[in-house]
Design a protein around this ligand. Structure first.
Ligand code: CMX
Length: 474
C-alpha cells in the first residue's frame, strides 16, 4: 500500500498541471463582481481552496463527498464506528479515500512522533493557570517552529519544488504533537498534579488524546471526539481561521506560525468560541427556567436574549442557509445513544432547535435562522463530564490542525490574483499546505499552498473617500 507521501507525490503534479492550464487558458476570466466592500467580503470569490466547497443549502463537501458519504467510506478506528481525523486528513490532502491499512499506518506515524520536546513542556508548565487555554495553545504551537523543517530548509536555500515536502513534514509533526500539547494544557489548568500517560503507539490520534485527557476508558466520549474532530477539520477557505492560516502561509511563514495565527482567529466568540458561549447560554436558560421547560418559555427566553442586544449563540452562519449538516451529524450521534438522548442538556438543545428558527425569522435580522455546529458540540462534551468550557475551543483548534492545515500548505502554493471583481490567475505560483480545526485549522491548505507555489496574498484596500469616489462615478 502507498504511504501518504507517495500518494501526494502522484497527486500533486496533476494539481500543478491543472493550475498551469487554468492560468494559461483563462488568465483573464472574470469570476464575479465586488458588490459590497464594507460587508466583510461575503461571497467574494477571491481565494483558491481545493479541499472543500460549502454550499449554502447543502453544507460542506470534502473533495465532493458530503458528511454522510464520508461516514460511509472513511475508515474508523479499530473497534470504533465514527470517522477519525486521520482518514479525513488523507481525503483532504489527496482527494482519495484511504484504506484501513493506510489509515492505521498514518495513525502509527503520528503516535510515533507525538512526544513534546522538553522545552515546550517547560514553556507550557510555566504559563499561569489563569491564562486562557487557547492563548496557551497558540503560543506553544508557535514555539514548536523551533524545529521547523521548512524553515531550516529555506535558510539553507531550497528549490520551490521542494517546499511542499518540508511543509508536509512540519504539518505531520505538528498534528502528531497536538494531543500531548492540548492535553498538557488541560491537565495544568484543570487537573494540576495529575500524571499524564505516555502516548500509546497502537492508538489512533484521538484515542491517544482522549487517554491523555483522562477519558480513555470512556469509549462513547472517545468516539464522539473522533467524529467531532474529523468533522471540524475543514470548512472551506474563507472562514476566519482557515483564511488566516492561508494568508500567513502565503508569506512562507512555516506551518507552525500559520496554524498559531489561525488559532487566535478561532478564539473569537463569533467563530470557534461560540461552542463555549452556547453552553454558557443554555445553562443560564436551564438555571432560570428549571426542569420540564415548555416551548413558550424557551421562546420568551430567546426574545429576552435578542431584546438585550445579544446574538443567539449557535445560530446563524456567514454562508449556510440551512441547518448545518455537522450539527445534524452530531444530533444523530446523540440519537443513537439513549443516555445522550435523555440527557437534560441535550434535551434542552433539541427543544431550543424546535423553536429558535421561527423566533429568529420573526426577529428578521439573521440571514440564516438555523443552528450551526456549535449549537450542540460543547453541550455533548458537558454531558460526558468534560465541563471545563473554556477548554472547548482548544478541542476545536485541535481538529483544525489535523485537517485544515495541510490544505493551507497546499493552497498557499496555488495563486490567484483577485483585483476588484476580476479573477486573474496569472500569477499562479502555488504553495499548497493542508490544515486541522485546532484540529480544524487549514493545515491541508498549507501543504497545497507550498505544492502549488502560491504567491503572497495582497488584496487591494480602499479608504472611505476612495469608495465614495468609486461609487459616485457609477
Ligand atoms: N442571533 C441574533 N442576531 C443574529 C444572529 C443570531 N444568531 N446571527 C446573525 N444575526 C444578526 C447579525 O448580528 C446582523 O445584525 P446587524 O445587521 O445588526 O449587524 C444580522 O443578523 C445579519 O447577519 P448575517 O448576515 O445573517 O450573519 P453574519 O454573516 O454577519 O454573521 C455569524 C454570521 C455566525 C457571526 C452570526 O450569525 C452570529 O453572530 N451567530 C452567533 C454566533 C455563532 O454561533 N457563531 C458560530 C459560527 C460558526 C463558526 O464560525 O464556528
Amino acid at each position: 500500500t502507498k504511504s501518504l507521501r507517495e500518494t501526494l507525490q502522484e497527486v500533486i503534479p496533476a494539481k500543478q498541471e491543472q493550475l498551469k492550464k487554468l492560468k494559461t487558458e483563462h488568465a483573464q476570466a472574470v469570476v464575479g463582481e465586488v458588490e459590497n466592500i464594507i460587508g466583510g467580503m461575503r461571497g467574494l470569490k477571491a481565494m483558491l481552496w481545493d479541499a472543500s466547497v460549502l454550499d449554502p443549502l447543502e453544507g460542506i463537501r470534502f473533495h465532493g463527498l458530503s458528511i454522510p458519504d464520508c461516514q460511509k467510506v472513511l475508515p474508523a478506528a479499530p473497534g470504533g464506528k465514527e470517522i477519525i481525523p486521520e482518514s479525513m486528513l488523507w481525503l483532504l490532502l489527496t482527494g482519495q479515500v484511504p484504506t484501513p491499512e493506510q489509515t492505521r499506518e498514518l495513525s502509527r506515524e503520528l503516535a510515533e512522533k507525538g512526544e513534546l520536546p522538553k522545552f515546550i513542556e517547560e514553556l507550557v508548565d510555566s504559563f499561569p493557570q489563569t491564562l486562557h487555554p487557547m492563548t496557551q495553545l497558540g503560543m506553544a504551537v508557535a514555539a514548536l517552529n523551533h524545529d521547523s523543517s521548512f524553515q531550516a530548509a529555506y535558510e539553507k536555500g531550497m528549490k520551490k519544488s521542494e517546499y511542499w515536502t518540508h511543509t508536509l513534514e512540519d504539518c505531520i509533526n505538528l498534528i502528531a504533537r497536538l494531543p500531548a500539547l492540548a492535553a498538557r494544557i488541560y491537565r495544568n489548568v484543570y487537573k494540576p498534579g495529575n500524571p499524564l500517560p505516555a502516548i500509546n503507539k497502537d492508538l489512533d490520534l484521538v484515542g491517544n488524546y482522549s487517554n491523555l485527557l483522562g477519558y480513555g476508558d470512556n469509549h462513547s466520549l472517545t468516539e464522539y471526539l473522533r467524529l467531532y474532530i474529523a468533522l471540524h477539520g475543514d470548512h472551506e477557505g474563507g472562514n476566519a481561521s482557515a483564511h488566516t492560516a492561508h494568508l500567513v502561509g502565503s508569506t512562507l511563514s512555516d506551518p507552525y506560525l500559520s496554524y498559531s495565527a489561525a488559532l487566535f482567529a478561532l478564539a473569537g466568540p463569533l467563530h470557534g468560541l461560540a461552542n463555549q458561549e452556547v453552553l454558557r447560554w443554555q445553562l443560564a436558560m436551564q438555571k432560570e427556567l428549571g426542569d420540564n421547560v415548555t416551548p413558550e418559555q424557551i421562546k420568551d427566553y430567546l426574545w429576552k436574549t435578542l431584546k438585550s442586544g445579544q446574538v443567539v449563540p449557535g445560530y446563524g452562519h456567514g454562508v449556510l442557509r440551512n441547518p448545518d449538516p455537522r450539527f445534524i451529524a452530531l444530533q444523530q450521534f446523540c440519537d443513537g445513544k439513549p443516555e445522550l438522548k435523555s440527557s437534560p442538556i441535550i434535551e434542552l438543545v433539541n427543544k431550543t432547535f424546535q423553536v429558535a428558527p421561527d423566533v429568529l425569522k420573526e426577529h428578521g435580522k439573521t440571514k440564516n435562522p438555523y443552528p450551526n455546529v456549535d449549537a450542540t458540540s460543547g453541550c455533548v462534551l458537558y454531558h460526558y463530564g468534560l465541563t471545563e468550557f473554556k477548554y472547548y475551543t482548544v478541542i476545536f483548534g485541535v481538529s483544525r490542525g489535523n485537517v485544515d492545515y495541510p490544505d493551507v500548505i497546499l493552497s498557499a502554493h496555488i495563486y490567484f490574483d483577485c483585483s476588484l471583481g476580476s479573477f486573474d490567475p496569472a500569477g499562479v505560483g502555488t504553495r499548497y499546505v493542508v490544515a486541522i480545526d485546532v484540529f480544524d485549522i487549514p493545515l491541508n491548505d498549507v501543504v497545497l499552498i507550498s505544492a502549488l507555489g502560491m504567491p503572497l496574498e495582497r488584496p487591494k484596500s480602499l479608504s472611505l473617500d476612495a469608495i465614495e469616489k468609486l461609487v459616485k462615478k457609477d
